[in-house]
Design a protein around this ligand. Structure first.
Ligand code: GCU
Length: 594
């Protein structure tokens, strides 16, 4: 029998393991439960047996408990535990978080406990009772706690575990730090008994003047009045719900200013349903493929892209706040990008919304990253759940132009079937974005003297992306100006990763890879930029990566010290020589589109 993990992810009627959480929580009435929480580090997973979530206090003369939340370790929420305590830097296991909070449940209202993300899996307990669980470190989930809340003091416990497992996503070994903890906002959202749970207000995939509308109320009640108002367009849509509590419709609009990279137009939108009212700013744009070109609002655009992990290198911790988003996005902006690949997992909502305000297109993906067990049915369900949660959260975010379903997977019957399932899951929810996956399968064909790839699965994608480290993992088989590509010639191709490592400030021969020098990295970038001009269907490039980032298997004691040094910017924010080459290249690409 499969070894049952001592940390059990309990299924529970209250919370479906996967499904869409409340959309647009920041546009609702909410109270943050962020701050310093009490914590118990439970390396041997004994807390469940000891029922620490009951938070019992000794009574009488003979009572005692070998735990207490009060008086011990305290951890900031949101935030990973690794960067908050030196002893937790490498910690992989269970941490019990606990905190008190007061509640005043109101008649006719529901209280929804919402987590932006918990890495990697968790069980949630309120006032000593298990109320729900979730697996997946990068997507939100919610629990309706209306019937569990007490008037006055409540005690909330979250049992968090970040142990890597073969059936997890990502699985046992991945090239980023395994941060654990309650890593994004926690909030109590107050909504009416029947509230607007989900909605889509989206420009039609192809039409420039048709806005499609879907609103889903929390209760399957017919006859509820629903309104969607866009004052900036002088438009109001009104309808009543069907027996499922849902409304579908559309409205033609005039004089719409469509959102575009470098021209981010957003409109105030109000969605009301019954007694509920949700507000936010939404942009409207078209993104589609025309042969080998990517069109934004009908115009071909070259994707001047960069990747970054959800990490602030200076504090060696996971990014989670507006300030973190500002740092990452402004550094990307200075490079001259019009797109960011949020590697390799959905990142926090501050980053997504701020990119939208700044006019930066986004590629978001779920962490199907090497080493996934494609034969495991449970893993497929988890992947579908993560994809659903990612799309549901950001479906109204016009900045998101691409959904990525995999990174560097190998062809095979199980992999193909798994990814086809993922694509049909995604396309059942959202057909307005381009579906993409990144592959590291391009080889140099010595007979034909071209770079080619053989992975029939790519035909299922709108855009094909290739990670290719010419000059780093792969020596040049011929000079870069002769490096012609013949990869999916009828589809847009994005070079989603290229680059090499350099230790900031280290100089050396531009001919020697192991110099780990800025000189070699700059030469590598010059060579790759030359090669790009010989890829006929190239629709975009994305250097790997904006910042040096933490990785447990980058061992070199001088050049790496647990850092992957492919950043264009060092972990201390210093721009390497290659940064300037990319900035100039992107400026030339942008000028060519004027
Ligand atoms: C891979 C992978 C990245 C990794 C990079 C590297 O392409 O997608 O996540 O960090 O290579 O080896 O640096």
């Amino acid at each position: 029998m499969k070894k049952i993990l001592s940390f059990i992810v309990l299924s529970c009627a209250v919370l479906s393991a996967y499904g869409s959480a409340l959309v647009n929580v920041y546009g609702r009435q909410y109270r943050l439960l962020n701050g310093r929480w009490d914590a118990i580090v439970d390396l041997y997973d004994q807390g469940g047996r000891m029922k620490v979530y009951e938070n019992r206090q000794p009574e009488g003369e003979t009572d005692f408990y070998e735990y207490a939340f009060d008086g011990g370790l305290r951890l900031e929420v949101p935030g990973d535990w690794n960067s908050q305590n030196p002893e937790l830097k490498y910690y992989e296991g269970t941490v019990w978080y606990g905190r008190h909070f007061d509640a005043e449940p109101q008649q006719g209202k529901r209280e929804i406990l919402y987590f932006g993300a918990v890495s990697y899996r968790c069980n949630v307990y309120l006032n000593g009772r298990f109320i729900g669980s979730h697996e997946g470190g990068f997507t939100p989930f919610e629990i309706d706690v209306t019937d569990d809340l007490k008037r006055g003091d409540n005690f909330l416990v979250v049992e968090v575990n970040n142990r890597r497992t073969k059936d997890a996503i990502p699985a046992l070994a991945f090239d980023w730090w395994n941060y654990g903890g309650i890593t994004r906002d926690v909030m109590l959202v107050t909504v009416p008994d029947n509230y607007v749970h989900d909605y889509k207000v989206q420009l039609d995939k192809h039409k420039p003047d048709l806005i499609n509308i879907e609103v889903k109320m929390s209760e399957p009640v017919a006859g509820q009045s629903v309104k969607v108002e866009i004052p900036g367009l002088k438009k109001r849509f009104e309808a009543v719900t069907d027996e499922n509590g849902e409304v579908q419709g559309a409205m033609n609009v005039k004089n719409l200013k469509r959102w575009a990279p470098d021209a981010p137009v957003l409109y105030d939108v109000t969605v009301t349903g019954g007694d509920d009212r949700v507000e936010e700013r939404i942009g409207f744009r078209n993104i589609e493929v025309d042969g080998t070109r990517i069109l934004i609002n009908g115009e071909p655009r070259f994707m001047r892209c960069i990747s970054f992990h959800e990490e602030i290198p200076q504090r060696m911790g996971r990014a989670f706040s507006k300030a973190d988003a500002t740092m990452l996005l402004s550094e990307a902006r200075d490079l001259g990008v019009n797109m960011i690949r949020l590697a390799h997992y959905p990142q926090n909502e501050y980053t997504v919304r701020m990119a939208e305000e700044m006019g930066i297109l986004l590629w978001q993906e779920i962490p199907i990253w090497q080493g996934i067990d494609f034969t495991d049915a449970g893993t497929l369900e988890k992947a579908k759940g993560m994809l659903t949660e990612m799309i549901s959260r950001d479906r109204n975010r016009c900045a998101v132009g691409f959904w990525g379903v995999a990174n560097e997977t190998k062809p095979g019957e199980a992999r193909d079937a798994f990814l086809r399932e993922l694509l049909s899951t995604g396309r059942a929810i959202d057909t307005t974005r381009l579906y993409v996956a990144a592959f590291d399968l391009v080889e140099f064909d010595r007979d034909r003297k071209v770079f080619s790839m053989n992975d029939p699965f790519t035909e299922n994608l709108d855009v094909v992306a290739v990670n290719k480290y010419m000059g780093w993992y792969h020596p040049w088989p011929l000079s870069p100006e002769k490096a012609v590509w013949d990869v999916n010639p009828d589809k847009p191709l994005i070079i989603s990763e290229f680059g090499g490592e350099a230790l900031y400030g280290q100089s050396g021969s531009e001919d020697i890879v192991s110099s780990w020098s800025e000189d070699y990295q700059a030469r590598l970038y010059r060579d790759n930029i030359e090669m790009f001009s010989h890829i006929p269907n190239l629709a975009g490039v994305s250097p790997w990566i904006l910042f040096d980032f933490r990785s447990p298997f980058r061992f070199h004691p001088v050049n790496q010290e647990g850092w992957n040094r492919k950043g264009l910017v060092s972990d201390r924010g210093q721009r390497k020589k290659a940064w300037y080459l990319m900035r100039d290249y992107y400026k030339s690409k942008r000028d060519a589109e004027k």
